[in-house]
Design a protein around this ligand. Structure first.
Ligand SMILES: [Zn+2]
Length: 104
């Protein structure tokens, strides 16, 4: 077993897949797998539309996000993040791997 933290492996995904209708799975280079409820991921969006850039407060009303929201398309952004296009029409959300690792 490798030591905790500091390693780039912990924030480098080797696979991103839909593990079920409601679950997204990311396998990291250090061998760990993180699983996310896709709606929780949608609610955790950190973009300027969902989070007030000045106060850091959430502007997204959870009630406005459909219960069956799911990713339509997931695209890599450079080597550090993914961009998710959601079924509710929201597509400006960028999820840095570091943040995903923390959420997982
Ligand atoms: Zn957003």
């Amino acid at each position: 077993m490798a030591g905790e933290g500091g390693s780039e492996d912990a924030t480098t995904p080797t696979a991103i897949r839909q593990a079920g209708p409601r679950t997204l799975a990311i396998v990291w280079a250090d061998g760990r797998e993180s699983r996310y409820d896709v709606r929780e991921l949608r609610l955790a969006c950190g973009c300027a539309v969902c989070i007030d850039e000045w106060t850091g407060e959430g502007r997204l009303d959870p009630a406005s996000v459909p219960a069956d929201v799911h990713p339509i398309r997931i695209e890599p952004v450079g080597r550090y993040a993914i961009q998710v296009e959601w079924s509710d029409g929201h597509s400006s959300g960028i999820y840095p791997f570091r943040r995903l690792r923390e959420l997982g």
